[in-house]
Design a protein around this ligand. Sequence first.
Ligand code: SF4
Length: 293
Amino acid sequence: MINEIETKTLLSSNKNPSSWFGANYIFNIYRGCEHHCIYCDSRSLCYRIDNFDELIVKINSVDIIKKELKTKRKKGCLATGSMSDPYTKSEKNYLLTRRCLEVISENNYPVHITTKSNLILRDIDLLEEINKIYASVAITITTTDDHLSSIIEPGAPSSSDRFKALGVLSTLGITTSITMMPVLPFIEDTEANILDIVNKASYYGVKHIVPWLGMSLRDRQRDYYYKSLDENFPSLRTKYEKTFKESYNCSARNVSKLNNVLLEASSRYNISLKMPSYHHKLNSTQLNFLDKL
Ligand code: SF4
């Protein structure tokens, strides 16, 4: 089900830009998401979205972002994709993310996008234009197994298609990352999966992996996840309940060993495990300039 609403504001300030890809301002055009990942934290009570599987479309987003950017005295990196996917399936018809990117491009702002969809390739022309300043894209990949991803991320494009999208974006010089999060305990937390993600990241030219070897579980999001486990992995609920009880942070098994595997493999391929950010790029450009003086 889709619900269209008018919003009064779109951009919110991010007080701690180092927390999320150097974002100074965050925006979400959609509430809810059609990718239906079984682990999605945005279902938690604190976000006050009663039915996360229903898509709410902020239909006047383009007018609002246009107005808000005109009044910003300080330029900063704009980020989308932290609470819902800017390339949820309906974006194909609504074109709101695309039209907001047009506004961002016209106003010369840097941008960071997090998504799980190769629909982002539709907007490559705009990303290339914005990348004259800075464009960064993180695509979330939690497993290299397409069958598994079709169970845990049932509405999203396959992991293989996401890797291919990263390959195209990397070739065009756009800063690319894999957000390797969550890594689901007892399902995805194997050395083979971690190594395969790093190998494929390297093959597709990705320079950053932002990992979280575990997942979060709380209130109604935990209920939703456990119900999905019952349907798809019948033996696992008991293991989760026994291992994690009421914990919010639920680590992968053998987390330090997995961490070492990740560190070793990523350094072999010269892949950074730090979030890229516009501010780092800006500082290194300034340093390079000073070096030449
Ligand atoms: S793509 Fe992101 S926002 Fe959408 S359901 Fe999956 S985790 Fe949630």
